[in-house]
Design a protein around this ligand. Structure first.
Ligand code: NAD
Length: 501
């Protein structure tokens, strides 16, 4: 399961788009509470916009406090019910495997819903949707391996630990890879026996809603999975401060993550945060440039750069700087921006009007700060939020465009002479999510990987993901990890039991 090796082009059969379009057009979308699809208690709806045309795509139920309260009550009830709390880990595995099969069967439909709703190019959304099913399959394998331990003590004692579900989990997700990020939270939560309330981003909720419909087909007990759509400051904030939610798993911006952490303090709920990044990608003079440069451009243009671990600060050794900068600019200029269903399209639109304006203001800031723009810099003059891949050189690490997450296909190229400078400056950011390095020298690879302050290091690759590999950030990129054993720890409580004979 990996993003790497994805070609960047895919021919989409126009007929295949009809089913997702029909589903999207089938009327206002509802909330999933206690196993039933219902309108928001207020009856309000919000519009979701097609980023390729700027037209209204669908109406979503606009949830509020009262809907979150109902979803949490349902999740609490489900947590106690025999048909969920009383089942064996084997049965939980069967549920997850059934969900994986359902997601696989509908992978193309889910992918194309994502493409329509948030502009993710079809070549990328179809690859991502394959990973969605695999995520459920991976966590199905965990259900029967979540075990406590017996602990050494004296002969008159027996001490052991139990691993129990945390309780009701709240998942808050962003708009950039909504389907997959929902799976990254739902699958481990269910694997560990929790129940869950999911709040997708108001900008791109549709794939999560369709995913929830498919999960319903697996006949989970009512209330095990609930989905409440709506705005962050109402639905998201209510979830973060809700005393009936035992754990929040938040993925989104650092600013909102900090706010959610504060709001969670009331009942000291468990909090994991997957936040923003400004990741370095360091190209050493001994790098295999053909591989490195293609991957480096993928690293900031895939999904129009709207990936938390995008490698948006490319550090290049001074000896090869001019050649590498020219080649990166030329590869970037060749990446086609346009219709996300186009067979040769690499970049679709960015996800919203607000985000588009924000990105253009960063491009202006780069020019104002005196950086040299080698390619790009324009919004396409057509409906939709299309922005060209943009490459700046002559940038130092203190510039705004090198310090702040832009979350777009905008890249800065920074020169270095000695490895220590690249390591120090690469880590010199408030974030610490990921880093890429391109050395041939094995010693240099290990030395630099150890020295960089980031939660994930890629050596001679960039942007791959595999659920065995913990993912999360140092510093302001987050708290905790998703994937692997660490994600299981995050969705369980440890109970220690002592028996004195
Ligand atoms: P965002 O923080 O604006 O929104 C994320 C979610 O939080 C949305 O569902 C939103 O409605 C909700 N929200 C907004 N205000 C809230 C509040 N007051 N209380 C609770 N919830 C609230 O982020 P975004 O713009 O949707 O996504 C982009 C950000 O997500 C980027 O910073 C990106 O780096 C980050 N991200 C991180 C990871 C990771 O794994 N580290 C993955 C994907 C995206």
């Amino acid at each position: 399961m990996s993003f790497t090796g994805i070609s960047g082009t895919q021919k989409i059969d126009r007929a295949a788009v009809e089913a997702p379009r029909a589903w999207i057009g089938a009327g206002p979308k509802s909330l999933l509470i206690d196993g039933r699809w219902v309108s928001a208690a207020s009856g309000k709806t919000l519009e979701t916009i097609d980023p390729s045309s700027e037209a209204v795509l669908a109406l979503l139920a606009e949830g509020a406090d009262i809907d979150v309260d109902a979803a949490v009550a349902a999740a609490q009830k489900a947590l106690e019910c025999k048909s969920w709390a009383g089942i064996s880990p084997h049965q939980r595995a069967r549920y997850l495997l059934q969900i994986a099969d359902l997601v696989d069967r509908h992978a193309d439909e889910l992918a194309l819903i994502e493409t329509i709703d948030m502009g993710m190019p079809a070549w990328f959304s179809t690859a991502v949707a394959k990973m969605a099913g695999e995520t459920f399959r991976y966590y199905a394998g965990w259900t029967t391996k979540i075990a406590g331990s017996t602990l050494p003590t004296d002969a008159s004692n027996f001490i052991y630990t139990l691993k129990e579900p945390v309780g009701v989990c709240g998942a808050i997700t962003p708009w950039n890879v909504p389907l997959l990020l929902a799976c990254f939270k739902i699958a481990p939560a269910l694997a560990c026996g929790n129940t869950i309330v999911v709040k997708p981003s108001e900008i791109a909720s549709l794939s999560t809603l369709r995913l929830a419909e498919l999960i319903q087909e697996a006949d989970l007990p009512p209330g095990v999975l609930n989905v409440v759509t709506g705005f962050g400051p109402s639905v998201g904030e209510r979830m973060a401060n809700h005393s009936g939610i035992d754990k929040i798993s938040f993925t989104g911006s650092t600013a909102v993550g900090q706010r959610s952490l504060q709001a969670s303090a009331g009942n000291l709920k468990r909090v994991t945060l997957e936040l923003g990044g400004k990741s370095p990608n360091i190209i050493f003079p001994d790098a295999d440039l053909d591989r490195a440069l293609d991957a480096a451009v993928n690293g900031f243009t895939r999904n129009s750069g709207q990936i938390c671990s995008s490698g948006t600060r490319i550090f290049v050794h001074r000896d090869i700087y001019d050649e590498v900068a020219e080649r990166i600019a030329s590869i970037s200029a060749g990446r086609k921006v346009g219709d996300p269903f186009g067979a040769d399209t690499f970049l679709g639109p960015v996800a919203s009007a607000t985000h588009c304006d924000r990105v253009m203001s960063y491009i202006d800031a780069g020019n104002d700060e005196g950086a040299r723009m080698l390619t790009g810099g324009n919004r396409l003059s057509r409906p939709g939020f299309f922005i060209e891949p943009t490459v700046f050189t002559g940038v130092t690490n203190d510039k705004k465009i090198a310090r702040e997450e832009i979350f777009a296909p905008v890249d800065t190229i920074i020169a270095f002479r000695v490895d220590e400078y690249a390591v120090f400056t690469g880590s010199d950011t408030a974030c610490g999510l990921a880093a890429g390095i391109w050395p041939k020298d094995v010693g240099r690879a290990h030395k630099v990987a150890r020295a960089l302050k980031a939660g994930r290091i890629w050596i001679n690759t960039y942007g791959e993901t595999d659920p065995v590999m913990p993912f999360g950030g140092f510093k302001q990129s987050g708290i905790g990890r998703e994937f692997g054993a660490e994600s299981i720890a995050a969705y369980t409580e440890t109970k220690a039991v002592q028996i004195r004979f």
